[in-house]
Design a protein around this ligand. Sequence first.
Ligand SMILES: [Zn+2]
Ligand SMILES: [Zn+2]
Length: 382
Amino acid sequence: MSTKDYVEKDYYKVLGVPKDATAAEIKKTYRKLAREFHPDANKGDTKAEERFKDISEAYDVLSDEKRRKEYDEARSLFGSGGLRGGGPGGGNYSFDFGDLFSGSQGGAGGGIGDVFGGLFNRGGRQAQPRRGADVETEVTLSFEEAVDGATVPLRMTSQAPCRVCSGTGAKSGTTPRVCPTCVGAGTVSRGQGAFALSEPCRDCKGRGMLVDDPCTVCHGSGRASSARTMQVRIPAGVQDSQRIRLKGKGAQGERGGQPGDLYVTVHVDSHPVFGRKGDNLTVTVPVSFPEAALGGTIEVPTLNGPGVKLKLPPGSSNGLTMRARGKGATRKDGTRGDLLVTVEVVVPKNVAGDALTALEQYREATASDDPRAALFKAAEGA
Ligand SMILES: [Zn+2]
Ligand SMILES: [Zn+2]
């Protein structure tokens, strides 16, 4: 069976079944026709014999899933006579149909079938599936959203086949024709022998097909940008500038291909009170000098929760960091980091009245303790 037969014979018509007939429908119809035109039942009737042969040939192809697919492809490409007609020299093309389906002409791009598959993809079993493109986008989260995770709406534009021309780029009612320069390959060879270079065909810009009457919507590109909004779950604990990958949330695949991935670069707003250090939150709390010196219990605010009480040890220095366990950012496993509390001893700007008297008394009481004594000692020793 040559591919030429595929193009010239309409096996669906022979069996009288629609092009989208199921395997079961084809089998049922074939059996009925075969009984009707079987030579045993029509002895001496040459017309019935011919018909029986045609029916058998049609069934041979259509009952074999792989051959039926090849047949459909061949007909969708050349059934409308796209291959006939004169080239630049008016000559006929020698066209190796076998190469069409083995993909050996297409170079690295996955075969010529790919080129045609995209152009003629009008809802049928077609060439190789193609994975959708990866999509990049950005989102800004509030500090709290980043800590706890958030579901945010993302509006994305991506390239999709033009709806008006189904991606062919041709004006409605017309079809693209095979490029005569590269005979549909999309590439042409320059030079000879070992020095032959394959480069994209200039006439069709590597598409393998020419559009005489461009689609008015996409101007022949066959592509359209489509916008969609989708809700995306950003996991808890995301950091500022982190790029997260959401598998399968990118552009739709073609011909049943997997969708691409979505990459979201997250920006996190700063918080007036809290900071982040990995899974831990940070906060700086002012303490008074007596609190730092004598120790005591201080209350510290937490993110999205009631304050937490911490024991400040006596003699706490400025910059001492304490830890409130489990009051930090949510981790992937649902547990939480800690809240790191740094104390900042505040010095009153104006001291008066009883406080001034008390401080002056304190100064006298500690006059013999030089806070810089150790400093000088260390400087001399060095
Ligand atoms: Zn070309
Ligand atoms: Zn279009």
